[in-house]
Design a binder for this molecule. Structure first.
Ligand code: COA
Ligand code: AMP
Length: 626
């Protein structure tokens, strides 16, 4: 008899050890755990302590031994280079075990960090799995980040080696990676860092640094190596994410809990069976890419698609339908912004009618709130359930979703449905009291968090505690605000910090402000996220110039936009930069970004009682009108 969502959820909260031990039995363990949940160091928890596992073994070797070796594992579909390459499980295992040997040959050992700064090419996935194979910890840096962001991550992770490529391809643009990499290594003062580089035909590596080895050479010389046992609690990867300050946070992902949670999610959330084709149209630089391009589909024995293209422009708004038809995709996962882009170009869905997408069972959306309009449009076009689900880099997998593999629940547009088993989600007021159902407040998760979630920040347990656990003792602070309704549906309304979400990319306004402040004429500045029809939000900058400065404003704006692009990355390009005489502040000097945002979005706002000078708000409104 099938178990209802309510029963499964209840079991996961009341008896988490039994619940997750059962889920863990679907994987192969080198040594069984001593304790499913180690709560001896509250508020820090560990899952499957004492256990030993290897994530790569469970993602590849296990399936090859079980007779899945000839099945497609990785389908590289690249409209920007005109290639489709399919790797079977056997072929992927061969590549990964040889690249693991290459890493070893370069002196990379268990526990060492490896930075992966790569476009969406198979070598990126191979490098990640190869790290997992030898117990090295990968840290993938999104290709759209500029040199300074890469340097920050190099400095924090302290890698033994970097894997990169000569270029990325964004639509029709070739983006050279080498200047960015060399600049980052110079900023981090690590110019001699060993690196392995993929030389792409679109822009071959011409001047090989003495510390660099080409991918093909490295593979030729390498011998395949077996998986090493790692502790379930050892990190599989570090993924940096934006917080309130410009300093990114290194989210740590442990091997054991991660494998258990992701495999469980494929059955229970996504309702996908081994052998089916799963497509997360995201980027390996983001958590969605880590979890649902690489690890979850492979842990589950699915074929996963690595798509090097865009929803539009590669070549047009039918790109997604072509991929679904060609590879018989049964589950698609992307960000709402991708669907807004498709809709903008093909509002009637005419291009869709030219394709047979009958293999598609479900569309999952995440990365930002899905507006009901986009949800309904996607439902109408695709004629399959469209599921908004809510999660973040820190959790690594969905915290609220419609559990399609347990019991599909009625969809309420605008809500990511209900808490996922394992997540005891509550809504608290600022004093830490639970608010009545239907009222809004801080969305938190009662500890312990389930397996797969972050146990700490890389090298900074104190920052982990301060950021997530200290505000409401006994709860994890998600950073989102919202409502739990009478039927336990969650409504995620806004962030409580200065994080903004641009086209599903999470950015810190602090990092953008740091970039603007580097200009010698800028006395102070503020960046806010304003509503955008395509990207959800876009950054908008306000700058106050040093007294007596005379500059051509158009030239200055162009210069400042360029500064943000080169220091943070092109994905953070501000919609505009406004020069203002003053910024609205509280009497204690805090910039009133929330009020500025409401003015910019044309929403009603109250003049805060703590404001130093209310007339500044009128100045901001008038700058926005101009
Ligand atoms: N490497 C280098 N540059 C990159 C990049 C990457 N991986 N990704 C984006 N950029 C650049 C783009 O080329 C663009 O540069 P430009 O300003 O010089 O033209 C800039 O960053 C902004 O890119 P983007 O935010 O992608 O906007 P866009 O207008 O090019 O495309 C969308 C709009 C909606 C099509 C696109 O944002 C998209 O596909 N979004 C889906 C997002 C997604 O998958 N998010 C993952 C979370 S699940
Ligand atoms: P990231 O860590 O980049 O995945 O960003 C996580 C943040 O994106 C969350 O904390 C939310 O603010 C937002 N987010 C992600 N998915 C959703 C969703 N389905 N609904 C609302 N907000 C979302």
């Amino acid at each position: 008899m099938s178990v209802s969502y309510k029963d499964q959820y209840q079991q996961s909260i009341e008896n988490p050890e039994q619940f997750w031990a059962e889920a863990a039995s679907g994987l192969e363990w080198i040594k069984p755990w001593d304790k499913v949940l180690d709560d001896s160091r509250k508020p820090f928890y560990e899952w499957f302590s004492g256990g030993e596992i290897n994530t790569c073994h469970n993602a590849l070797d296990r399936h090859c031994s079980a007779g899945r070796g000839g099945q497609a594992a990785l389908i590289y579909d690249s409209p920007v280079t005109g290639q489709v390459i399919t790797y079977s499980y056997d072929e992927l295992l061969d590549q990964v075990s040889r690249f693991a040997g290459a890493l070893r040959g370069c002196g990379v050992n268990k526990g060492d960090r490896v930075i992966v700064y790569m476009p969406m090419i198979p070598q990126a996935v191979i490098a990640m799995l190869a790290c997992a194979r030898i117990g090295a910890i990968h840290s993938v840096v999104f290709g759209g980040f500029a040199a300074k962001e890469l340097a920050t991550r190099i400095l924090d992770a302290g890698p033994a080696l970097i894997v990169s490529a000569s270029c990325g391809i964004e639509g029709s643009k070739v983006i050279p990676y080498m200047p960015l990499l060399e600049q980052a290594l110079a900023i981090a003062d690590t110019q001699d860092m060993p690196r392995i580089l993929v030389s792409r035909p679109e822009l071959p590596v011409d001047d090989l640094h003495p510390s660099a080895l080409l991918w093909d050479q490295a593979m030729e010389q390498a011998e395949a190596v077996p998986c090493v046992p790692v502790a379930a609690t050892d990190p599989l990867y570090i993924l940096y994410t934006s917080g309130t300050t410009g300093e990114p946070k290194g989210v740590v992902r442990p091997n054991g809990g991660h494998a258990v949670a992701l495999k469980w999610s494929m059955d229970h959330i996504y309702d996908v069976q081994p052998g089916e084709v799963y497509w997360a149209a995201s980027d390996i630089g983001w958590v969605v890419g880590h979890s649902y391009i690489v690890y979850a589909p492979l842990l589950h024995g699915c074929a996963t698609i690595l798509y090097e293209g865009k929803p539009v422009g590669t070549p047009d708004a039918s790109a997604f339908w072509r991929v679904i038809e060609q590879h018989k995709v049964s589950c698609l996962f992307t960000a709402p912004t991708a669907f807004r882009a498709i809709r903008r170009e093909d509002p009637e869905g005419k291009l869709l009618k030219q394709h047979d997408i009958g293999s598609l069972k479900t569309l999952f959306l995440a990365g930002e709130r899905c507006d009901p309009d986009t949800l309904h449009w996607a439902e109408k076009q695709l004629e399959v359930p469209v599921i908004d689900h809510w999660w973040q880099t820190e959790s690594g997998w969905a915290m609220a979703a419609n559990p399609m593999g347990i019991e599909p629940l009625p969809i309420k547009a605008g809500s990511p449905t209900v808490p996922v088993p394992g997540y005891d989600i509550r809504v608290l007021d600022d004093e830490g009291e639970e608010v009545p159902r239907g009222d809004s407040g801080n969305i938190v998760v009662k500890l312990p968090l389930p397996p797969g979630t972050l146990p700490t920040l890389w090298g900074n347990q104190q920052r982990y505690f301060d950021t997530y656990l200290s505000r409401f003792p006994g709860y994890y602070l998600t950073g989102d605000a919202g409502v739990l309704d009478e039927q336990s549906y969650l409504w995620v309304m806004s962030r409580i910090d200065d994080v903004i979400n641009v086209a599903g990319h999470r950015l810190s306004t602090g990092a953008l402000e740091e970039a603007l402040s580097t200009n010698r004429v800028v006395a102070e500045c503020a960046v806010i996220g304003v509503e955008d029809k395509l990207k959800g939000e876009m950054p908008l900058g306000f700058v106050v110039l040093n007294a007596g400065t005379t500059v051509d404003q158009a030239t200055l704006k162009a210069e400042l936009v360029q500064t943000v692009r080169s220091q943070v990355g092109p994905i953070a390009t501000p919609r505009d930069i406004l020069v203002v005489a003053r910024l609205p502040k509280t009497r204690s000097g805090k910039i009133l970004r929330g009020t500025m945002r409401k003015i910019a979005d044309g929403k009603d706002y109250k003049t805060p009682a703590t404001i130093e000078d209310p007339t500044v708000l009128e100045e901001i409104a008038s700058a926005l009108e101009d």
